[in-house]
Design a protein around this ligand. Structure first.
Ligand code: USQ
Length: 409
């Protein structure tokens, strides 16, 4: 199958492009390389050295004989070139992962929040417009976020997609509607993903497109079967206060002998998935037998639900380090119920997603151990605070840093 992977240079995108290429698909990556430039601007680098996209693709070809094409393109701001590129490649499927994906980044300044909204909404609108203009049979697999629901007390399991709601109107007549539960995002990033649910619904309803939206949990781990094959193929590993997700941060903290930073009570409950399962789930969604219709197929892309405290305890048991509860920099519920329906990937045959307890921590521990000397301890403490004051951080100045063929960022 011919597949475009937007955001194919990023943390989820690069392993996805390799996984789909390895499965025999013909891949075109479209990416504006913004993850690298944001990283350089923040001065928070990936712990694993990241090779240029050209070196990555060249190494993949040398190792496997498989070709991945690459077009550098800012999808949010260049619709004409996007449409031309889609027409030229003529894909069967587009896996749309291009996004500013950090919740803390989106809350660090008004400017960063605006960038997140602008980028994530316009990128998706341009991809949907191009599909509508070129070929409405192209399947779109979008990577959304389970965080769109927010974290409030709910006395029910959150359904995957639409469900029937019944009520009684003012004439005492019963009625029912089929709808998603209300979304309640708690960061500008998650708000941008909530807005995308309306955008995707709009295109499905008005243009009958084939759209699957994957509501993904917090990704942990670094490498997949393919990224492990050579250092040039390595995935990025973020552990800083802005792009580092909670479990990866905890492992870095523990391995560098720093107390694990649990924000507040640590009874915040979140959904998790390992990066290897991310790429398996995306592949399953690409291959699933869906057809154009006026509804979006919503799937919860999660392996398990745990409290932050239990994740910290698991790491502390393995690495024997102290857990420190620090004041929560986020305005978030520190204890809440959280139940998510999780059946659709099982129906697609993915019954065996890995859990944090499955020896997989070894993998990140090994990655961290190997690069222990590169850890920058100054980027660990949380500096972005949200909900407390209007975000005021100054604008960022981009800096480039390259050593030999390796770009840090
Ligand atoms: N947390 C700590 N200590 C830390 C870092 C985080 O206790 O050092 C807590 C946070 O307060 C939060 C939870 O861990 O309650 C998760 O934080 P996170 O930074 O790992 O994840 P979050 O910011 O919620 O969102 C991240 C990514 C986003 C992705 C999302 C998946 O920024 O790209 O979509 O994970 S989800 O929210 O499940 O949709």
């Amino acid at each position: 199958m011919k597949i475009i992977v937007t955001g194919g240079d990023g943390f989820c995108g690069w392993p996805t492009a390799l996984h789909l290429s390895s499965a025999g698909h013909d891949i075109l990556i479209i990416d504006n390389l913004s993850r690298r430039s944001i990283s350089t601007a923040l001065r928070y680098e990936s712990l694993t050295p990241i090779h240029s996209i050209h070196d990555r693709i060249k190494k993949w070809h040398t190792l496997t004989g498989k070709k991945i094409q690459f077009t550098q393109l800012d999808i949010a701001n260049d619709y004409t070139l996007l449409l031309e590129t889609i027409k030229r490649f003529d894909p069967t499927c587009i896996v749309h992962l291009a996004a500013q994906r950090s919740a803390p980044y989106s809350m660090m300044s008004v400017e960063a929040g605006n960038y997140t909204l602008h980028n994530n909404v316009l990128t998706t609108n341009n991809v949907l417009s191009a599909i509508t203009a070129h070929n409405r049979q192209i399947k779109l697999v979008h990577l959304g976020s389970i965080g769109v629901y927010g974290y409030e007390e709910r006395a029910y399991e959150i359904p995957e997609g639409k469900t029937e709601f019944s009520s009684i109107d003012k004439n005492n007549k019963p009625y029912s509607v089929s709808a998603q539960i209300p979304l309640n995002p708690t960061s500008i990033y998650h708000l941008s993903k909530s807005q995308l649910t309306s955008l995707l619904n709009f295109y499905a309803q008005n243009y009958n497109l084939n759209i699957t939206d994957l509501y993904q949990g917090i990704v942990w781990g670094t490498q997949t079967r393919e990224t492990k094959l050579a250092c040039e193929l390595s995935n990025r590993f973020d552990y800083d206060e802005i792009y580092g997700t909670v479990l990866n941060r905890f492992v870095v903290q523990a391995q560098s002998n720093m107390p694990i930073t649990v924000y507040g009570k640590g009874e915040q409950t979140r959904a998790f998935i390992h990066i290897q399962d991310t790429v398996r789930c995306i592949e399953a969604a690409v291959n699933a037998n869906t057809t154009p219709c006026n509804d979006v197929e919503v799937i919860h892309q999660i392996a398990e639900v745990r409290t932050v405290k239990s994740v910290a305890s698991h790491v502390a048991k393995l690495i024997d380090i102290e857990i420190s509860h620090i004041p929560n920099p986020r305005d978030e519920a520190e204890k809440h119920s959280y139940e998510l329906e999780n059946t659709k990937f099982k129906q697609l045959g993915l019954n065996n997603l890995a859990s944090i307890g499955d020896n997989l921590l070894d993998e990140i521990q090994n990655v961290v151990n190997k690069h222990l000397h590169l850890i920058d301890k100054t980027c660990i403490a949380p500096k972005v605070k949200w909900g407390k004051t209007v975000p005021q951080q100054p604008a960022l100045k981009p800096v480039r840093k390259t050593v030999g063929n390796v770009e840090f960022g």
